[in-house]
Design a binder for this molecule. Structure first.
Ligand SMILES: Cc1cc2nc3c(=O)[nH]c(=O)nc-3n(C[C@H](O)[C@H](O)[C@H](O)COP(=O)(O)OP(=O)(O)OC[C@H]3O[C@@H](n4cnc5c(N)ncnc54)[C@H](O)[C@@H]3O)c2cc1C
Length: 309
């Protein structure tokens, strides 16, 4: 398959990859693995069996082969031409969820945030409830410093484990992570494998109530049942992206099969038949109109990966 000047050839790439205990899948369509339901193939999708398998792969893979990691794709726009090289999507070997002391939770990088919130509730742990509303994984939460309802990942993180590009395992303290608003300072090529999170002892009924409130607030304010990537743009210092987008008259505007959500205009929606190109073009149109009307240059929060068709 041809991206713009880029050839995606999963079978050929497979012959160059090291032997692993996990699974390789050539030309797996990323549209099946992202919330937006768009995106061409991962040249080869690799699901490592566990951290050791992942580290062994990274130690041995040829340096000229690009490697990209994804979670459950709730913050991703994968372009229609696909992603050259190997895309790593962690599997069951990264799904551990256990108590590691009072109010301390160890969660594998592929555990959904909502599962961590429910686990905390079961064990009467307060402080991790905000994760209830974020539809990604712990790996994605570490990379994005995901946050909501006045809390963010860095507030509850004790340490994270990561594997670097050469296959070395690191244990990073929260300070090492250099986290700020939707940002983590750890090199982009490093892959998180688990996190140790700290809550505090709380009252189960109160935590349950708080979780319900979070869910209700989400359902009211966000198009949570649609094909979307969540907040498209970062809030600029001192302003809210959605207000700028609204003031620019972009609520409900369409490009091809993509639409600016009426309910929350910092969300873009795939109405069903959108391509990644439609969504990206709509995002760029929003940026241009906001620049014209308010002078602010919005920055993408959604991560765009891969090549155009
Ligand atoms: C309806 C909706 C609501 C949302 N609400 C919120 C919200 O309230 N707050 C918020 O912060 N976000 C929100 N998001 C965005 C998104 O859920 C978060 O950014 C989430 O943390 C992404 O996790 P993921 O597993 O889906 O990662 P992906 O989207 O798959 O990847 C996101 C980034 O993380 C990197 N990454 C993923 N896993 C790893 C890993 N193991 N190691 C290293 N890097 C990794 C990827 O390379 C990529 O750069 C929302 C999204 C949607 C669709």
């Amino acid at each position: 398959m041809m991206g713009k000047g880029v050839v995606i050839d999963g079978e050929a790439l497979l012959t160059r990859l090291p032997e692993v205990r996990g699974r390789y899948a050539p030309e797996r369509m990323m549209r099946d693995l992202t919330w937006f339901r768009v995106g061409g193939p991962a040249e080869v999708l690799f699901t490592p069996a566990d951290e050791e398998d992942l580290a062994g792969f990274l130690r041995r893979v040829d340096e000229d082969i690009p490697v990209t990691v994804v979670g459950v794709g709730s913050n991703l726009l994968v372009r229609d031409g696909g992603i050259p090289g190997v895309v790593i999507r962690l599997g069951r070997g990264f799904g551990q969820l256990e108590l590691e002391g009072e109010a301390l939770v160890r969660a594998g990088a592929m555990v959904p945030d909502v599962k961590v919130a429910r686990f905390a509730l079961e064990h009467g742990i307060e402080g991790l409830t905000f994760l209830r509303g974020i539809p990604g994984t712990i790996g994605g939460a570490l990379r994005m410093n995901a946050g909501a309802h006045g809390a963010e990942t860095k507030d509850v993180l004790v340490e994270a484990r990561a594997v670097d590009e050469r296959g070395n395992v690191h244990v990073l303290s929260v300070d090492d992570m250099e986290m700020s608003y939707r940002h983590c300072g750890v090199p982009e090529g490093w892959i998180f494998t688990s996190a140790l999170l700290r809550g505090r002892a709380g009252d189960r009924e109160e935590i349950a109530r708080h979780m319900e409130e979070i869910q209700a607030a989400r359902e009211a304010a966000q198009p949570v049942r649609e094909r979307t990537g969540g907040s498209t743009f970062r809030n600029p210092p001192g302003a809210r992206a959605w207000e700028l987008i609204d003031a620019a008259g972009m609520r409900g505007v369409r490009v091809g099969g993509a639409r600016v959500s009426e309910r929350h205009c910092n969300f873009l929606i795939n109405e069903g038949e959108a391509t990644a190109a439609d969504i990206e073009a709509l995002g760029e149109l929003v940026r241009a109109r906001v620049k014209e009307t308010s002078g602010v240059e919005l920055q993408w929060e959604i991560r765009r990966l891969g090549v155009m068709k």
